[in-house]
Write a new protein. Structure first.
Length: 385
């Protein structure tokens, strides 16, 4: 019991230290609080200080933090901003999905003679997970009757490669893409997040002041109720579709809350949401086992790598041709490849609150169509194979 309490305290309090270091030191600020959180988590998870009994704690925290964070991040948003992004976001989503489909087909022809049975099923499963998320991966396993060992190995490789991909997006991605793509144009002065100001006050400091904490606790309470409402509604649909319902409900009610002036004007809701995101980041990173890189099917690992990184290259090429900005490409790619819960994380790393709603919307659309698209692609690959 003591070890579990210590573990919870580590996860909850480590972001405070990270934020203070991020505010105080420029080189840490350049890395970004989210990247530092991932580094802390990976180190903690791979040096043996996380007890075996901590897995349940990790699962609970990851399950709770993102659903609570999303409404808090949305409460202070201006929904009118999304309509200025809708056109290019939809275009970026379509190009992102098209890129994944193209690379799944390309990878199928590259690796179909490398000893993997029923590769067409794996291709369909990859379409599901990289246009939707893990629920689609699990759904397509059942729909296509995929072997348990292949499913588990695919999921493990996906976690490893998606983690590398995500770390690239939140660390070097923006600077790299700006070489080829235009920068994001903010529609409002408050759209850009500032987490480091050596000459001013840390934006997270006021969270603990009396005038701020009471309204903020009310906002947190509302976020809990929204989470509960999403969970309750999800029980009315089949298990495979519950994540879609939860995310859709939480996002919709968070947006609805932002339309109420009293909620919209509550100070520091966004910062509290980002604090929960940092907790999530530390926990998820601590669950990564770097020793899991070794596997029995290297061709499968290569297939996933081709799909993930090849689709990113194609996505950037399309974005360059159609003049889509770097932040929109990053957030839509994150929503598709890594799933909606990672959208607020990447928005925090990019310091761009205007892309949260559009990114979540892309993720929800991906959840909704991932099973259908994955099944259709699998059947097409079966005919071609």
């Amino acid at each position: 019991m003591t070890s579990k309490i210590i573990l919870v305290l580590f996860y909850v309090l480590s972001p405070i230290v990270i934020l203070q270091l991020n505010h105080k030191y420029k080189f840490i600020n350049k890395l970004g609080a989210v990247v530092v959180a991932y580094i802390v988590g990976i180190v903690a998870g791979n040096i043996g200080i996380i007890p075996e009994s901590g897995k349940q704690i990790q699962e609970i925290i990851t399950m709770v933090t993102i659903p609570l964070a999303i409404p808090l991040l949305l409460f202070s948003s201006d929904i009118r901003q999304w309509f200025t992004l809708a056109g290019k976001t939809a275009l970026s989503m379509l190009f992102g999905m098209l890129s994944v489909v193209i690379m799944v087909f390309a990878g199928f022809f590259i690796f179909r003679h490398h000893g993997m049975d029923e590769l067409w099923k794996i291709g369909g499963m990859l379409i599901g997970v990289y246009t939707g998320g893990t629920p689609n991966l699990a759904s397509l396993k059942i729909m296509l009757n995929i072997n348990d060992d292949i499913y588990l190995l695919t999921h493990t490789y996906d976690m490893i490669l998606s983690g590398i991909y995500f770390l690239f997006l939140i660390s070097l991605g923006q600077r790299f893409f700006l070489i080829f793509l235009k920068p994001f144009k903010f529609s409002a002065p408050g759209g850009k997040m500032e987490t480091h100001n050596p000459d001013g006050e840390n934006p997270f400091t006021d969270i603990f002041k009396k005038k701020t904490i009471i309204p903020l606790l009310k906002a947190l309470g509302l976020s809990v109720l929204i989470f509960a409402a999403g969970g309750r509604l999800s029980m009315l649909v089949p298990e495979n579709n519950r994540m879609v319902v939860v995310i859709l409900t939480i996002t919709s009610l968070g947006i609805a809350g932002s339309l109420l002036p009293k909620i919209n004007k509550t100070e520091k809701t966004f910062e509290l949401g980002m604090y929960l995101i940092l907790i999530f980041s530390v926990v998820v990173a601590s669950m990564v086992d770097i020793n899991a890189l070794a596997g029995k099917t290297p061709a499968l690992f290569s297939y996933l790598a081709v799909v993930i990184f090849g689709s990113l290259i194609l996505h950037v090429i399309f974005a360059r041709i159609f003049k889509i900005d770097s932040d929109t490409v990053i957030v839509t790619s994150t929503a598709l490849i890594c799933s909606p819960p990672f959208v607020p994380v990447v928005a925090g790393a990019l310091r761009n609150r205007e892309i949260v709603v559009s990114g979540l919307t892309v993720g929800i659309v991906g959840y909704a169509i991932g099973n259908y698209l994955g099944f259709l692609v699998a059947e097409a690959l079966k005919l071609l194979g």
